[in-house]
Design a protein around this ligand. Structure first.
Ligand code: URP
Ligand code: ZN
Ligand code: ZN
Ligand code: ZN
Length: 461
C-alpha cells in the first residue's frame, strides 16, 4: 500500500510512549504506524521528534470587548503564528458583551472563525445570568458545539457574584459543559488598585502588587467550593503560583472535580519584568500577574504530578503600539488602564520546551501531555486530536530538538507588534508542521490558507 504521505524514521512522542517508527497518512488522518512504509511523498524525520500538533486550550483571538473594540490579532493572523510555533488547534473565546444575546455572539464568533488556518473549538464567556442566558442560551450553545464556558471572578465588565456563578454552574451541569474560571477577588483588587493610585503608584509594577497571590488563592478556593456545592466539574485557568496550586491539590484530595491550567509566562517570567524601563513594563501586564522567581521555580512539581494538567498560552491579541493595544490610553497611562494579557500562541511550545524539557523539569511525554493530549481530553477533542494513533487527524509537528533560535517577533508573522520573549535564545523548534495531513509550515513559511481551519465540536465533555 502506498500512503499519501509517510513521515519516515522519526522519534514518535505521545503522552505515554516514545519509539522510532514511520507514520503513514491517508487523506487527513493517520492510517498506520509501522516500519518501511511507502508514500507518494516521504518526509525524512531522522533525528527529529514527531509529536501531536499542539493544542492551545486558551487563547483570545479576534475577541470583542465590552466597549465594542475587537482584538487586532484576527483569526488569519493568530492562526498563522500558532502554526509557526507548532500549534494546530486552538480553543478560543466568544464574548458576551452587554446588550447582546449570547447565542447570537456564539454564532458571530463561529463566522469569524471561518478565517482560521487551524482547527478551532470555542469557549463561551458568560457575563450575565438573566433567565434568557441561563435557561435558553447555555443549553443552545451546548447544542451548537461549545467546548465549555468561561466565567470571571474579576474585571469590571465581566465578573460574576457567587450567586451568579452558581447559576452558571447549575446550567452548565445540566448541559454537560465544563466551566473554566478566572480566579481573582474582584472587590479586594478594586480596593488595592485605589490604594495604589492614592499613594501615587501608577507604574506597571503596581499591577503585580495590587493583585497579590492571596487574592488568587482565595478566589480559587471559593470557586472550587462553589463547584463542590453544585456537584459539577471546574477548570481553574492560568494558575500563577505554587500557593494556588497547593490549594487545588488540597481540593483534589477531598474529591472536588477540579482540573487546572498554567501558562509559559508563569514558568519563565517574573514580576521583575514589570519594572522594565518606560512603557516596556506594560508588555508584561497580564492577570493573574507574574509572580516572584521563587513562585516561578516552584511551579514545576505541580506540572509533573498532574495537579496542573494543561499548559496554554492565554494568548491575548493586543498590540503594543496600536490604537486598541497596550498604549490605547497613552504611554503614561496608569497601570489600571492598560489592557491585561500577552501574546503567546507562537512562543508557547518553544518556550516551554526550552525551559521545561531542556531545563530538566519535565520529560518529553510530559511535554506532549501538557500541550496536546490533556487539552484535547479536557475539551472533548480526543482522540481525534492530541495524540498519534491510527484514525486520529494527521496534525503533527516535526521538532528539531537541537535547533537554536533567538526569538524575535517577526518569526510569527502576525498582526502583533511584540513578543515578551524578544531576544530569548531557545533550543528546540518546529521544522515541519502538518495539519490534517497537509504541510502547513515548512522553512518558516505558512502554507495553509485562512478558511482551511474547521470548527471542531467536542465529542464528549
Ligand atoms: O491578562 C489576561 N489573562 N487577559 C486575558 C483575559 C483573561 O483573563 O484570560
Ligand atoms: Zn438548537
Ligand atoms: Zn482569565
Ligand atoms: Zn485568558
Amino acid at each position: 500500500m502506498t500512503f499519501d504521505v509517510v513521515i519516515r524514521n522519526g522519534t514518535i512522542v505521545t503522552a505515554s510512549d516514545m519509539f522510532t517508527a514511520d507514520i503513514g497518512i491517508t487523506g487527513e488522518t493517520i492510517d498506520t504506524i509501522g516500519h518501511d512504509l511507502t508514500g507518494h511523498r516521504v518526509i525524512d524525520a531522522t533525528g527529529l521528534l514527531v509529536m501531536p500538533g499542539g493544542i492551545d486550550g486558551h487563547c483570545h483571538i479576534e475577541q470583542e470587548e465590552a466597549d465594542g473594540t475587537v482584538h487586532e490579532d484576527d483569526f488569519a493572523s493568530a492562526s498563522a503564528s500558532a502554526l509557526l510555533g507548532g500549534t494546530t488547534s486552538v480553543v478560543c473565546f466568544a464574548s458576551h458583551v452587554p446588550g447582546r444575546d449570547i447565542v447570537a455572539q456564539f454564532e458571530d464568533y463561529l463566522r469569524r472563525g471561518q478565517r482560521s488556518r487551524v482547527d478551532f473549538a470555542i469557549h463561551q464567556i458568560v457575563t450575565r445570568t438573566d433567565a434568557d442566558t441561563i435557561e435558553k442560551g447555555i443549553p443552545e450553545i451546548a447544542h451548537r458545539g461549545a467546548a465549555g464556558l468561561k466565567v470571571f471572578m474579576t474585571y469590571d465588565d465581566f465578573h460574576l457574584t457567587d450567586g451568579q456563578f452558581l447559576r452558571v454552574l447549575d446550567a452548565a451541569k445540566a448541559s454537560g459543559l465544563v466551566v473554566s474560571v478566572h480566579c481573582e477577588n474582584y472587590d479586594a483588587i478594586r480596593h488595592m488598585i485605589e490604594a495604589h493610585l492614592a499613594a501615587g503608584r501608577t507604574d506597571a509594577h503596581a499591577h503585580a502588587t495590587s493583585r497579590p497571590s492571596c487574592l488568587e488563592r482565595e478566589a480559587t478556593y471559593r470557586a472550587m467550593t462553589l463547584a463542590e456545592l453544585a456537584g459539577h466539574d471546574i477548570q481553574i485557568f492560568h494558575v500563577s503560583c505554587p500557593d494556588v496550586a497547593e490549594e487545588i491539590a488540597r481540593a483534589r484530595h477531598r474529591g472536588v472535580r477540579v482540573s487546572a491550567e498554567t501558562c509559559p509566562h508563569y514558568l519563565t517570567l517574573t514580576e521583575s519584568d514589570l519594572k522594565r524601563d518606560g512603557f516596556e513594563g506594560a508588555k508584561y501586564i497580564c492577570s493573574p500577574p507574574l509572580r516572584t522567581q521563587a513562585d516561578r521555580d516552584g511551579m514545576w512539581p505541580y506540572l509533573r504530578d498532574g495537579v496542573i494538567g494543561i499548559v496554554s498560552s492565554d494568548h491575548c491579541g493586543y498590540t503594543f503600539e496600536g490604537s486598541s493595544g497596550k498604549a490605547r490610553h497613552g504611554r503614561d497611562a496608569d497601570f489600571s488602564l492598560i489592557p491585561n494579557g500577552m501574546p503567546g500562541l507562537g512562543t508557547r511550545l518553544p518556550v516551554l520546551f526550552d525551559a521545561g524539557v531542556n531545563g530538566g523539569e519535565i520529560g518529553l511525554t510530559d511535554f506532549v501531555r501538557l500541550t496536546a493530549t490533556a487539552p484535547a481530553r479536557r475539551y472533548g477533542l480526543y482522540p481525534r486530536k492530541g495524540t498519534i494513533a491510527p484514525g486520529s487527524d494527521a496534525d503533527l509537528v516535526l521538532w528539531d530538538p537541537a535547533r537554536q533560535v533567538t526569538i524575535t517577533n517577526d518569526l510569527f508573522q502576525g498582526n502583533i507588534d511584540y513578543t515578551p520573549y524578544e531576544g530569548r535564545l531557545v533550543t528546540g523548534w518546529p521544522t515541519i508542521v502538518l495539519a490534517r495531513g497537509k504541510i502547513a509550515v515548512e522553512n518558516g513559511q505558512v502554507l495553509r490558507e485562512p478558511t482551511m481551519g474547521r470548527f471542531i465540536r467536542p465529542e464528549c465533555s
